[in-house]
Design a protein around this ligand. Sequence first.
Ligand code: NAP
Length: 249
Amino acid sequence: MDLGITGKWALVCAASKGLGKGCAQALVREGVNVVITARGDETLQATATELRALNGGEVRAVAGDITTPEGRAAALAVCPQVDILVNNAGGPPPGDFRDWDRDAWIKALDANMLTPIALMKATVDAMAERGFGRVVNITSGAVKAPIDVLGLSNGARSGLTGFVAGLARSGIAARGVTINGVLPGVFETDRLRTTFETLWERRRQTVPARRFGTPEEFGAVCAFLCSVHAAYLTGQNILLDGGAYPGTF
Ligand code: NAP
């Protein structure tokens, strides 16, 4: 299927590894020009080289912390226009809410709620003026089924999801801009390895698919949401979890 987005520009945040990289790969394969970001320049440049080898769209890489105003400004500065925005950043650490002070909460809110909101603020009106825009927010299955030790993530990402539910249905909806969340269940990335190192096998057995998702599968869904075919799909939260969520809806 031709996704109809060849030549568009995408800003894919936090994309030197894992789910963000999976999204960038899928978009580049569709001929989308991408700007990828991450803090660590070495891995980022290696990923950019890999993406260029796909012979798809142009690839630019900007090292920086996307959760800071400087990091966001640097990323936006090298993207000629943002037709597609994939919001992503590292997730907050697990723990007990009794140990989290205000700083811990502000850090989580900054990374997983206020950063995506700032980037949407910087881009959606121009998307609407051009009559085309796609925003994909990488959140977490924890938005639908909270995980107690990931309270910082549950809270910050639910805040983002609630805000986006309103924004997606505002005036921009009639002007070609869609905003959706993609909620990863368990995916085989570095993040997973650090969070679930000791529970790896037991965790796998809890997924009806009996395996973890791959960044490629995640990227394919992201690319479809960014396509011209998904123009009527907005304000939704798409769970990608191999059947782990037990509810009917
Ligand atoms: P990952 O494999 O660790 O990759 C994270 C990527 O984000 C790396 O490229 C990292 O590069 C970059 N990054 C992290 N913090 C950044 C920042 N402040 N500014 C710019 N780039 C940053 O993680 P992942 O598994 O893909 O997870 C991506 C997101 O999905 C996380 O928020 C995670 O909590 C969430 N999630 C993942 C799963 C899963 O199963 N994998 C499940 C639920 C939710 P640098 O470190 O060099 O910056």
